[in-house]
Design a protein around this ligand. Structure first.
Ligand code: FPP
Length: 245
């Protein structure tokens, strides 16, 4: 089937970011600007997700990671947390068949055990049903914190060392990386945070070591495929040196 939004000619299809991560910020401000309740801002922020994921898959991005719910988001009102949890359920219920059809492999980043049972089960099921697929790697961060992820990896390594199955001197970057939620996924090449905020907010601290950061002013519900393409174009015009010259 033809790609709905092909890459514009100024983008080099051979130099796409292998891994794009998105902090989908600005749903609250979008809701306020439209005189709507915040939950409706989040709902609007799931409506553009389908086309963004579909296009990332169509154009051949290797991995896409979306920040859906951070460990800090529990501090929001119960009404807002409930709305976000419901949206996460609705998203998987409505999208899973198409994602499977498109060979998308879903991985959840974060502590599923800290989630209500329906969400925990739906997310585990989405991972299970797509584990064998080899298309786009779609990572959804839910109840995720970058520092907690590093602590968890350190605990796993320490446990193995205490059990005598791992020599602490053998711990290197690759070994630590293999204990992260993103094990096997390449580092983030491009990090996009919408709404003009310029913070990382505890997202993918390890994986973003050499990422290019872009902060478009667009509020997340207004961010569509042409905006994604503009970000990829900007990425391709950055000079990445990885500490070299
Ligand atoms: C930040 O906007 C956005 C969030 C905290 C939630 C993002 C979640 C979704 C888009 C929906 C669920 C996602 C999936 C994958 C099903 P904000 O509320 O902090 O915006 P503000 O800074 O304008 O208030």
């Amino acid at each position: 089937m033809a790609i709905k939004y092909p890459l514009p000619p100024e983008i080099d299809p051979e130099r796409l970011p292998r891994h794009i991560a998105i902090i989908m910020d600005g749903n609250g401000r979008w809701a306020k600007a439209h005189k709507l309740q915040v939950a409706l801002g989040h709902r609007a922020g799931t409506e553009n997700l389908r086309e963004i994921i579909r296009n990332a898959s169509d154009i051949g991005v290797g991995a896409l990671t979306l920040y859906a719910f951070s460990t800090e988001n529990w501090r929001r009102s119960k009404t807002e947390v409930d709305a976000l949890m419901q949206l996460i359920l609705d998203f998987f219920a409505s999208e899973i068949d198409e994602l499977i059809e498109n060979r998308v492999r879903i991985t959840i980043l974060g502590d599923k055990d800290g989630l209500p049972a329906p969400q925990r089960e739906a997310l585990a099921q989405a991972e299970e049903r797509t584990r064998h697929l080899e298309g786009l790697r779609l990572n959804i961060a839910v109840n995720y914190g970058g520092r907690a992820e590093l602590v968890r990896a350190a605990q796993q390594l320490a446990r193995e060392a205490a059990d005598g199955v791992l020599d602490p001197a053998a711990i290197d970057e690759a070994m630590l990386e293999s204990r992260l939620y993103t094990a096997g996924v390449p580092d983030v090449d491009l990090l996009i945070r919408t709404s003009g905020e310029m913070r990382l907010s505890n997202f993918l601290l390890w994986q973003c070591s050499y990422a290019e950061f872009l902060f478009p002013e667009t509020l997340w519900p207004d961010f569509h495929v042409p905006d994604l393409h503009r970000c990829i174009w900007q990425f391709q015009n950055r000079d990445r040196r990885y500490g070299g010259r």
